[in-house]
Design a protein around this ligand. Structure first.
Ligand SMILES: [Cu+2]
Length: 123
């Protein structure tokens, strides 16, 4: 076996290990309301973050960053019938927002991310 073949096998082994670890159970955001970089009308909005695996809703966190850069922790609504979701709601006025989310999957691993969206004035 020449050097290039051996190198390729080592790389494939490393990639394979990484893929199998990340496929185990970490919570990955797969869908949301509002959508990433999407838009909603001003007013009372439900916020839904949907993951690929079950979430410990009691120990996950959502922080809403408003157009004035003020950070507000959001209350999470526990919903046993939707174990893959983190649900909340907020009264929103027009502007650009970001939700910093922190999700605890049932395997004990925490993942984090940002969900940016825009709130437009009521038509
Ligand atoms: Cu995990």
């Amino acid at each position: 076996m020449d050097y290039q073949h051996r190198f390729a096998i080592v790389v494939l082994t490393i990639v394979g290990t990484f893929v199998s670890i990340s496929a185990s159970a970490h919570a990955i955001l797969v869908d949301s309301t509002p959508k990433a970089n999407g838009s909603v009308s001003a007013g009372h909005a439900s916020l839904v973050l949907k993951y690929n695996s079950k979430i410990d809703q009691g120990r996950s966190r959502l922080v809403l960053v408003g157009p004035d850069h003020k950070e507000t922790p959001l209350p999470i609504t526990a919903s046993a019938d939707r174990p893959n979701e983190i649900d909340s709601a907020a009264d929103l006025s027009p502007g650009a927002y970001v939700i910093h989310w922190q999700a605890l999957a049932l395997d004990g691993h925490i993942t984090r991310g940002d969900l940016a969206f825009t709130v437009s004035a009521k038509p």
